[in-house]
Design a protein around this ligand. Sequence first.
Ligand code: IYR
Length: 217
Amino acid sequence: MAEQDDWILYPHTRLDNATMEERAQSFHRELDGRRTVRRFSPDPVPQSVIEACVAAGSTAPSGAHRQPWHFVAVQDPHTKTEIRHAAEAEERRNYETRFPDAWKEALEPFGTDADKPYLEVAPWLIAIFAQNSGAEGKNYYVTESVGLATGMLIAALHRAGLVCVTHTPSPMKFLKDILERPSGERAYLLLAVGHPAPGVKVPDIQRKALADVLTVK
Ligand code: IYR
């Protein structure tokens, strides 16, 4: 590891242990309040909020800092309708013939089916594209990088007081066609974003205990 002449100082403020603890706990509490929501209010959300959340997602680390992602934020009702119809056509095939029974059973607690009204009702859809190659040639760790950016975007949306549902209508090629994305990109994930429908309910899921997800050696 060689620091180079033109590098800049990292502006770091070291926190004492108590402050670290408090900030770590409070961030966990905040993220723990996030839930996937599938029923939205049609109330508008300012474009500037969506832009700030995408900018937050785009701060994610990425392979060789290629930032191999592109976000398309869709509010145009006709485009949302087009996306809904194409997604529902794929999902109908998924639920009717492509998903094995075990998969459908696993989904039962979440009440999902091929109907996706949220793709029209939510004020914003954010389609996330992964760039396998770009201006500088082949990108690296593309799936990992785009996953990190997506996770940070979801955290930013939650922080902004919004809700979202991660939707992966498979196959997702229609998104690239509808949104006219260039070759070298593939649709990675679709987020519906907005305010929840009044009184919306979510399944009573529990998160895994820390001991089940963390080993300390
Ligand atoms: N994409 C489908 C099915 C689906 C699959 C999983 I795994 C989920 O966690 C949720 C849904 C749909 O959106 O209905």
